[in-house]
Write a protein that binds this ligand. Structure first.
Ligand code: CP
Length: 312
């Protein structure tokens, strides 16, 4: 099997079979990652560039380490330390990177659709590492990988996503991915942070966190994205935490073995209490490890498209 597109721009247009294939490949990559010798020749001769117009710790570092573990050449460009700061356009920046023999460009950008625009103008594969309020597909893939690893399947699970749904590209990618894989998604957050017309097959929107959490197998708490809010959309952080923050009391509404997740970075005491973040059933640290495995799988699968091996 090969991935349909040269790029990974979002999960909206990806099939369940492709998602399954990426998750299966990531399982193999996790063996490599957790072995004593984290070095494979999978990307020998390949060149990976990360192009970040927004801050990141997890996503950027995991792509950089994934490239190194698989023997690729890798480089990083920040908007502040490059010719972007002199006014160079995204397309010109992308073409410049492309002309240096780059095989994959990993981009994070504040504008929704920026990776799609870049992908149209470069030969390299483009991976969306988060575009505005649109999608963060590699985060959703690592979230699904973590759930599948812990629960054995995604099909039939009830996954509650709590918080700032409106600004969350993580929520959007997870909604596309989880529903394609047969999970039922329950959403809750302040009314001002729930986008209109979100009800779709497999998705339920609740006004209280209690309803969304009831009998949940998995809960994903989202980061409050204050940097994307042009005006105050709820009275205060304290108020948000009171009505939507996850503490041990609220967690009792979910199934006993509920899996606790958060994409990071966590604002302790806002989205989650420290007791919940550090709970035995919290997979937050494992999500980080799985992020490297999933990104190794994606780099491998995208760079082997068009090779003889890919035709197997
Ligand atoms: N979850 C996530 O995208 O984290 P970073 O912003 O640190 O990459």
């Amino acid at each position: 099997m090969i991935l349909k597109s040269k790029d990974l721009l979002g999960l909206k247009d990806m099939s369940a079979e492709e998602i399954e294939y990426i998750l299966d490949t990531a399982k193999t990559m996790k063996y490599v990652l957790t072995s004593n010798s984290k070095r494979t020749p999978h990307l020998q001769g390949k060149s990976i560039v990360t192009l970040f117009y927004e801050n990141s710790t997890r996503t950027r570092l995991s792509f950089e380490l994934a490239s190194k573990y698989m023997s690729a050449s890798s480089a990083n460009i920040n908007s502040s330390g490059s010719s972007v700061a002199k006014g160079e356009s995204l397309i010109d920046t992308g073409k410049t990177i492309d002309m240096m023999g780059t095989d994959v460009i990993v981009i994070r950008h504040p504008q929704s659709g920026a990776p799609h625009l870049l992908a149209k103008h470069v030969k390299a594969s483009v991976i969306n590492a988060g575009d505005g309020m649109n999608e963060h597909p590699t985060q959703a893939l690592l979230d699904m990988f973590t759930i599948r690893e812990k629960k054995g399947t995604l099909k039939g699970l009830k996954v509650a996503i709590i918080g700032d749904i409106y600004h969350s590209r993580v929520a959007r990618s997870n909604i596309w991915g989880l529903t394609k894989m047969g999970a039922e998604v329950s959403l809750a957050g302040p009314a001002t942070l729930i986008p209109p017309k979100l009800e779709m097959t497999g998705v339920r929107v609740y006004s209280t966190v209690h309803e969304a959490l009831m009998d949940a197998d998995v809960v994903i708490a989202l980061r409050m994205q204050l940097e994307r809010q042009k005006k105050a959309l709820f009275p205060s952080i304290r108020e948000y935490s009171r009505f939507f923050g996850l503490d041990e009391n609220r967690l009792r509404l979910a199934k006993k073995d509920v899996l606790i997740m958060h994409p990071g970075p966590v604002n302790r005491g806002v989205e989650l209490s420290s007791a919940v973040a550090d709970h035995d059933q919290s997979a937050i640290n494992e999500q980080v490890t799985n992020g490297v495995a999933v990104r190794m799988a994606l780099l491998y699968l995208l760079t082997r498209r068009g090779t003889n091996e890919a035709a197997d």
